[in-house]
Design a binder for this molecule. Sequence first.
Ligand SMILES: CC(=O)SCCNC(=O)CCNC(=O)[C@H](O)C(C)(C)COP(=O)(O)OP(=O)(O)OC[C@H]1O[C@@H](n2cnc3c(N)ncnc32)[C@H](O)[C@@H]1OP(=O)(O)O
Ligand SMILES: N[C@@H](CCO)C(=O)O
Length: 352
Amino acid sequence: MSTASTYHYPKQFKLESGKKIRNLQIAYQTYGQLNANKDNVIWVCHALTANADVFEWWEGLFGENALFNPEDHYIICANVLGSNYGTTNPLSTNSVTGLPYYLSFPQFTIRDFVSAHQLLANHLGIDSIKLLIGGSLGGQQAVEWGIIEPSRIENLILVATNAVHSPWGIAFNESQRLAITTDRTFYANRPDGGSKGLKTARSIALLSYRTYNAYGNTQVESVNDKTDHFRASSYQNYQGEKLINRFNAYSYYYLSKAMDSHNVGRNRKSIAEALKLITANTLVIGIENDFLFPLSEQKYLADHIKDAQFAAIHSAYGHDGFLIETNALTNIIGTFIKESRNRKIIKLQHTA
Ligand SMILES: CC(=O)SCCNC(=O)CCNC(=O)[C@H](O)C(C)(C)COP(=O)(O)OP(=O)(O)OC[C@H]1O[C@@H](n2cnc3c(N)ncnc32)[C@H](O)[C@@H]1OP(=O)(O)O
Ligand SMILES: N[C@@H](CCO)C(=O)O
């Protein structure tokens, strides 16, 4: 039911910076079939360390029996530029030198994710995306795509994301990069370079993805006599190890820089004017207790995107709630889709 593929772009891929990448390849996964009217495409933009297998990491919202299922929809999720799940990234071979790029990989932005995925959409013959959805870094990509190419996006769902990455978010990312670069193996040009630093970076990042209460709920001690070896400590270590077993420090470093670059106002009139370019029917969802992407950021998006709707989800998890609270997401998004259909019927009746 799902197909994993890789698209090879035959020309040089030009980045926002003007630099070029040869042999761009984009790993992507599709589920279901494109219908005859080509109007059932759901395109998913993934977050920082996820991959193209959306049925794996957004299970509950996506799946055989979920709201977004392969029976009704043609679901596409592509791995972003720089990530190590099959798309060209710092560990890929630079065809000029015949060696992996490592830190010679050019810096890229969220807009470069969009340019790459536009090429993939062209290749797949997708002129119209029925619904574009993304959370966190994926939401940053989705909002940019809505601005860059409004004609291709019919409905847009932005989850736990923002219009410009905040000083707070950049400071968290910089702290993580400091952890990575303090590990001198990062400069050794080997695939596992900087992995101890990456472990620390994940530990720092988790503090921004979760909350005081989430740790209180899951990591509280059952005994009062401990002076060391606390559960919360072992949890941080475990999560760091888990990440370094599936990710590399170079991709992480570059992706966090791309996140920092996010500003829909860059080289445009302003952030507010840029958001006005979105014509998609838009729903913005925030997570209560998200202190990395606080609700004020989603309210800003909803206030500046024409006719956008806004909803907040309660989650003890904070930011990571966007990956976990799939029942609440299903209810809110399901209602939005039904109302959109009704609005379309009313609009058609008025124009008839
Ligand atoms: C193969 C792949 O590529 S998988 C890629 C999937 N990941 C992504 O796509 C990125 C997006 N996903 C995420 O960020 C996360 O998976 C989330 C937010 C959805 C959920 O986070 P999780 O780490 O799964 O959940 P949670 O924070 O509850 O931690 C549970 C894990 O910590 C372990 N754990 C819990 N408490 C402790 C502790 N005190 N000490 C050690 N380990 C602990 C659990 O045993 C569990 O381990 P497991 O993941 O091996 O089953
Ligand atoms: N937990 C997410 C990052 C938060 O958006 C991930 O690892 O992709």
